[in-house]
Design a protein around this ligand. Sequence first.
Ligand code: FAD
Length: 493
Amino acid sequence: MAVVAVVGAGFSGLSAAAYAAQAGHEVHVFEKNTSAGGRARQFRSEEGYVFDMGPSWYWMPDIIEAFFNDFGDTVSDHYMLKKLDPAFDMVFPDKRMLSVPGDYTALEEMFDRIEKGSSRQLAKFMKGAEYKYETGMKKLAYAPSLSLAEFMKADLLKGLSKLDVFSSFRKHVGKYFNHSDIRSLMEFPVLFLGAMPKDIPALYSLMNYAGLKLGTWYPDGGFVKLVDAMVSVASRNGANIHLHAPVQEISIRDEKVSSLLVNGQSYPVDAVIASADYQHVETSLLAKQYRNYDEPYWNSRVLAPSCLIVFLGLRKDIGSLNHHTLFFDEDMDTHAEEIYSSPRWPSKPLFYVCNPSRSDKSLAPEGHSSLFLLMPLSPGLHDSPYMREKYFRIMLARLEKQCGEDISSFIAYKRDYCVNDFVQDYNAYKGNAYGLANTLSQTAILKPRVQNRRVKNLFYAGQLTVPGPGCPPAIVSGKIAAQQTIQYLIKNQ
Ligand SMILES: Cc1cc2nc3c(=O)[nH]c(=O)nc-3n(C[C@H](O)[C@H](O)[C@H](O)COP(=O)(O)OP(=O)(O)OC[C@H]3O[C@@H](n4cnc5c(N)ncnc54)[C@H](O)[C@@H]3O)c2cc1C
């Protein structure tokens, strides 16, 4: 039995810990914060409002189910999933609103109402997107991406052209649909992938399949239920989770990690899975000669966005506000440019409002609501109380106008969270929220490597390595890193 240390208790770290412990190793997870979950933590205000701090879109339930199945469990052993219907609302200019149905037949009817005959186009689009999902998420996503040979399998090569790796997402959508509302609806998921739709490979239409065909779900009680469930699986398999335990140094002897320094105490280890942000692990915890990548490398990477989040506890229930509302009432390209091409605080931001208390009454006192407003931002922007308040006011005014009711006077609790908080809480490079962008030049073997080149028992997991950002990929990332670690230990123990 070897001692495996995991740095960080986000989804990737918890997943890695569970698999390494299942393989019979003594696993210790060291997490700097006082609760597990990483970017998916939850907090409760003194007034009784409960907020998930990160993810709110539960997509790809099958990938999450597969994690639990690996341990003989099902999701329903741990929490209840609700399918949202409507899945989400989109606000367009002039207060026009599109309620996107959770039911697929109703979705087809909506497409035809907006653009005659477009449900037939949707069927064709989804056929291709399903292939990409089945291949991309169920096969390629699990590859450690250490060499191109992993992708040289006959069935993958045969279907390579169907993956649309080299065509742009925007052009792909444009081939199927003309109406701007439909195009916006299809393009919105890529905003989270960290680049403009014209720069993201059409491969990621797998996200449309995930969102529109597999559905938008909600874990009753919030995303923290997934965190709790993963903690329970990891612990049941023997993993020890140490909270308030920041790793300060990874010590190397004879080209191997020999120990971790945690809260001033040294812990001897046989292997390490570093699931905290990759750049932080390399530049703050590891001596220069052992790093896979230097500072210029990180500077040249395209990061997915950071964001401004404002959590609000309201002394009222906003009846007209569904669980997810996307404010696309300004030009998406202008905002995307201000995130990716010429980074600045946006001139006319798009934003997103999450009102989970609409689906889950446990999140707020009776008759009240807990919601948050989220505006994507370029990572590394200068963050100040003034800018936070300025943009909160902009978002609030548009929300009030859309709902046609006073919200400001009912605010009982308010907390903002932005670039500096991501740095402070998670050691996030430039305060990124969603990791590294999924551009073509940062996909698969072109992403930061899962194994250290010089230190053979050091592996990386998390949203800055393969397969990429998002809860399901982070969980898969933990599995990949654990499998690499287990193989290393079999060969070297
Ligand atoms: C605001 C927001 C909204 C999101 N929305 C969605 C969504 O709707 N759907 C979706 O699927 N995904 C969403 N995501 C993305 C998803 O939450 C992340 O991809 C995923 O949670 C990342 O998991 P991780 O394990 O890679 O990183 P993290 O969750 O950041 O975990 C890394 C952990 O390492 C710890 N750590 C850092 N340094 C140290 C150290 N020196 N010692 C010990 N511990 C350390 C950190 O505290 C953290 O707990 C969202 C993310 C954010 C921030």
